[in-house]
Design a protein around this ligand. Structure first.
Ligand SMILES: [Zn+2]
Length: 225
């Protein structure tokens, strides 16, 4: 990972050296003790979309820091990178976005809400279950997102083919169901355990009274939120 990071930095320096005329697409925003460094390597991002991504950061990230991890960094970098072909990815308080995604889905700005939750999670290199990491990030998008309805982003209805380990929105809906059915605050507790390394399969029984498979069975039997 270190080699990849160094190579990426070297490429970025070379790219900037060749294109100084576009430096205006890099901007640092500061507000209420939080900072966002924004770089548009595509040089083509719609300013309206950029403004929405920046606004979402400054509204949502401080709330997530407050509610989940007050020690998290206040310095975050967003990079719009045409060389990245996923939707978005986050590592080391740096989120990379695919500009094409926002050409096709300009309202999907709560991608920021999901991604900055990964910064707040800060689980490091612990052996955390990916399905739960992504389920928590989508639960947070569901609860804290600013533009989900307009973007037609919603939690999917329960279906018998689903499993708790499906991750993303499927797991997020299960977490929302637990929060609404006698286990308010469980997501904050799971997140804290994942961060301090105390999360195990037994956490579900300790926090909600049953193993996760039994909780999922209860959910499947009566999945209304
Ligand atoms: Zn994610």
């Amino acid at each position: 990972m270190k080699h990849a990071t160094l190579a990426a930095c070297a490429a970025l320096i070379a790219f900037n050296a060749m294109a100084p005329a576009h430096a205006a697409t890099d901007r640092t925003y500061d507000k209420n003790g939080y900072q966002l460094v924004f770089k548009d390597l595509s040089k083509t991002a719609d300013q309206h979309v950029v403004d929405k991504l920046v606004d979402t950061y400054f509204v949502v990230y401080p709330k997530l820091a407050h509610d989940f991890n007050p020690k998290v960094t206040h310095h975050v970098t967003f990079v719009i990178d045409p060389a990245y072909d996923g939707v978005a990815a986050t590592d080391n308080a740096r989120t990379v976005f695919n500009p094409q995604w926002f050409v096709k889905h300009p309202g999907d700005t709560d991608v920021v809400t999901h991604e900055v939750m990964h910064i707040v999670q800060d689980y490091g290199h612990k052996d955390t279950p990916g399905w739960l990491v992504e389920g928590i990030a989508d639960y947070v998008r569901y609860k804290y997102g600013l533009n989900n309805a307009a973007a037609k982003w919603a939690l999917p209805d329960y279906k018998p083919t689903q499993k708790v380990t499906d991750a993303y929105r499927v797991t997020a809906r299960f977490l929302a169901w637990l929060e609404a059915h006698g286990h308010a605050g469980i997501v904050v507790k799971l997140d804290a355990q994942l961060r301090d390394g105390t999360y195990t399969d037994a956490s579900w029984t300790a926090l909600a009274g049953k193993p996760v498979d039994a909780l999922w069975a209860d959910y499947a039997a009566s999945p209304a939120l």
